[in-house]
Ligand binder design. Structure first.
Ligand SMILES: Cc1cc2nc3c(=O)[nH]c(=O)nc-3n(C[C@H](O)[C@H](O)[C@H](O)COP(=O)(O)OP(=O)(O)OC[C@H]3O[C@@H](n4cnc5c(N)ncnc54)[C@H](O)[C@@H]3O)c2cc1C
Length: 405
């Protein structure tokens, strides 16, 4: 099969990118391994999606449905569901699916394969391996799609958004969620989720605290937990036992990069290094959504997909202009700032970033050659929330640096 733009992954990033590439006059093939488009949104049945993009509060499936309808109506987009991309080659991929095994060649490709969850093995969770230790996303799928409860007495490790949402979800389904343990001194989840999913249900969140050991033979019988110091060493004197039958893990997401061995990866995000056009080190390969960096709001995922669909389409038509590269740097206050390089020009650009630590009443500044290019006042910023700053590149010739003042 041949196409102008191939999009891999039919979640919100991929659907939005496919629509945008098509609207910019490219023929698009959209490949999704699941039987239906929508990605992880299909299992997120709670509300809170779409406030920015659609100016309406939707559930995950509603948000996905709106995009799915637009994709299905678009004559320039060929959708292949139940189809898995197995191997990446030079401007072609191999897939296996309902129509058998075949190759798809393209002029540009957008990788939008999302994330997978970190497991007990990934974090070297100590103790026995009984039934009842489960990642938050798997628990979400079991409860929301398969209609199966995962346990009655639950402990959640990690305060990422999926864990917070599952604390509320399991409570509403009749489970008792005893505690959320977070090894860091701040949560990686959104503040609104801490209020609406924990505080509203009197579920305690313990910071600087982790599970020391899981106990149980066939099924989880409880956990030993306790505090950690600033180097994450266990404070044995704080160790306590909590009886429970289920441990839900919400300990981070890993971008689905394992098939992309030739792509340069930023160890901070585990996603690709991309320039202002979201091009990886292979100029025909673009990246967006959670595979690039973990987003907290799906609205931002859709907006990023739209932007990247345009760039990939222009590349496929040999119309994507680059120029002199400008490097992007940042002070140690930031976990990462993306994109990693800009092109010299007059356009506006939006930088996305996460902070390393909480800041209160500070300025975020963009500086180039000692001159201030942009600044933004932040009343309160936390690592759990992705932030942005926009500025015009007019007159910017050398590296830009993001700082906190
Ligand atoms: C378990 C979980 C729960 C979440 N819950 C929330 C929430 O409640 N609220 C919220 O705002 N955000 C939530 N998020 C964040 C959410 O992932 C993003 O907001 C958004 O869905 C990311 O969109 P995406 O398109 O980048 O990835 P995804 O939605 O993950 O879509 C990626 C798609 O790529 C497909 N794919 C992957 N590899 C291949 C391959 N090799 N071949 C073909 N297809 C492939 C997958 O099947 C999937 O459909 C959650 C994330 C996870 C992992």
């Amino acid at each position: 099969m041949k196409t102008d733009v191939l999009v891999i992954g039919g979640g919100p990033a991929g659907m939005s990118a496919a629509l945008s590439a098509s609207q910019n006059n490219s023929k698009v093939v959209l490949v999704e391994r699941d039987h239906v488009l929508g990605g992880i949104l299909n299992q997120c049945i709670h509300n809170g999606f779409g406030l920015h993009y659609f100016k309406e509060e939707l559930t995950g499936p509603e948000f996905a449905h709106r995009f799915r309808e637009m994709v299905e109506k678009d004559k320039n987009i060929k959708v292949l569901t139940n189809t898995l991309v197995t191997t990446f080659g030079e401007k072609k991929v191999s897939v296996i699916g309902e129509k058998g095994a075949f190759d798809i060649s393209f002029k540009a490709c957008i990788v939008a394969m999302g994330c997978r969850e970190r497991t007990a093995g990934n974090i070297n969770l100590n103790g026995t391996r009984p039934m009842g230790v489960i990642t938050a996303g798997t628990a979400q799928k079991m409860v929301n799609i398969d209609g199966k409860m995962v346990g009655k007495d639950v402990v959640i490790l990690g305060s990422g958004d999926i864990g917070l949402i599952m604390a509320r979800r399991l409570t509403l389904e009749g489970a008792r969620v005893h505690a959320v343990f977070e090894i860091n001194s701040t949560s990686s989840g959104l503040r609104r989720n801490i209020l609406q999913c924990l505080d509203d249900f009197n579920i305690p969140l313990y910071y600087n605290t982790t599970i020391f050991e899981v106990v149980g033979k066939d099924r989880v019988e409880g956990v030993y937990y306790g505090e950690v110091d600033e180097h994450f060493n266990k404070k044995e004197e704080t160790k306590k036992f909590l009886k429970c039958d289920t441990v839900i893990l919400s300990v981070g997401l890993i971008p689905e990069m394992q098939n992309l061995t030739d792509i340069k990866v930023n160890p901070k995000t585990n996603g690709a290094f991309v320039n202002e056009h979201y091009q990886t080190n292979k100029p025909w390969m673009f990246s967006c959504g959670n595979i690039l960096h973990v987003h907290d709001l799906v609205d931002n995922v859709a907006l990023e997909g739209k932007q990247v669909g345009l760039f990939a389409s222009l590349y496929a038509q040999n119309k994507l202009n680059d120029g002199n590269l400008i490097e992007v740097k940042h002070s140690s206050d930031f976990a990462y700032v993306l994109p990693y390089t800009l092109f010299e020009g007059d356009e506006d650009v939006e930088m996305k970033f996460r902070l390393k630590n909480k800041i209160v009443r500070k300025w975020i500044k963009v500086v180039s050659e000692g001159k201030e290019v942009a600044k933004k006042f932040v009343l309160a910023g936390v690592p759990g929330e992705m932030m942005t700053i926009s500025f015009s590149k007019k007159g910017v010739k050398k590296e830009v640096v993001l700082e906190v003042e």
